[in-house]
Design a protein around this ligand. Structure first.
Ligand code: SAM
Length: 240
């Protein structure tokens, strides 16, 4: 199957203004795709390895949040796994400085490999988000924290919000969440220093179906109290 043809078809379905429909981007995403499939034979990064699935469910899906990230932002991708949304964002937005954080070192090897191969402004960090959030070097030092498909919103908030500076954004992207998941997280996001800025429910188009997504954007209005983030067991056992 011709990658380029599928790339243009799926990207234009998701982004009709054709913002990602260039030969240069198609070539970079094709390199990413080929490397992903080959690396995936040694280390399990994803179950989605067909061309259409990777372009829609990994590349286009990661780019759904791109327009909400401010220019030249220093961002951290919490639980980036094999590099999503880090790698697609870094490919289309060379202005961003991205720290790709995950607790699984072997997945980060793929992210470093791609950063080198495609000359991307990405640094990897192998650690647990809640520990990084307590370190002075990282705490409240990012313009933006992003996360895709990592945890329920009430848990994710405590991992992501402490990393963002006052005035910055926490952007969560996942399969559509119900009011219930948002409502159970709302109080915690306020304790951690943010208020909800915007909610979007875009549709992700694959070549055969439509899937609902939920993007929540929180703006940091005040510093996170010192006692957060807590140990992971406490975060999950008693979410804020
Ligand atoms: N964001 C990627 C994606 O959308 O393909 C990966 C999603 S995967 C389902 C969740 C990832 O979050 C895993 O790679 C896991 O190691 C990482 N993770 C979960 N909790 C974490 C934590 N507390 N600190 C760092 N990484 C974490």
């Amino acid at each position: 199957m011709d990658f380029r043809v599928k790339y243009f078809e799926i990207m234009e379905k998701n982004f009709p203004d054709k913002r990602y429909s260039t030969d240069t981007l198609s070539e970079k995403f094709e390199i990413l795709y080929n490397e992903l499939v080959s690396f995936n034979e040694k280390v399990n990064l994803t179950a989605v390895t067909d061309v259409e699935g990777a372009i829609s469910k990994h590349f286009a899906d990661s780019l759904l949040i791109e327009e909400y990230i401010p220019k030249n932002a220093k961002i951290i991708d919490v639980g980036c796994g094999g590099g999503f949304p880090t790698l697609p964002l870094a490919i289309v937005r060379p202005d961003l400085e991205i720290t790709a954080l995950d607790s699984t070192e072997k997945k980060l090897k793929f992210v470093s490999l791609m950063a080198e191969k495609l000359d991307l402004k990405v640094t990897t960090l192998s650690a647990r988000a809640e520990e990084v959030g307590r370190k002075e070097e990282y705490r409240e030092s990012f313009d933006c924290s992003v996360a895709r498909a990592v945890a329920r919103l009430n848990v994710l908030s405590e991992l992501c919000i402490p990393l963002v500076r006052v005035g910055g954004l926490f952007i969560s992207c996942k399969a559509a969440i119900g009011e219930e998941e948002y409502n159970e997280a709302k109080k915690g996001t306020e304790i951690l220093g943010t208020s909800t800025k915007a909610v979007y429910n875009p549709i992700l188009y694959t070549s055969s179906e439509e899937q609902k997504r939920s993007i929540y954007i929180f703006k940091k209005a005040s510093a996170t109290p010192d006692k957060y983030p807590r140990q992971y067991a406490k975060i999950t056992k008693k979410p804020l």
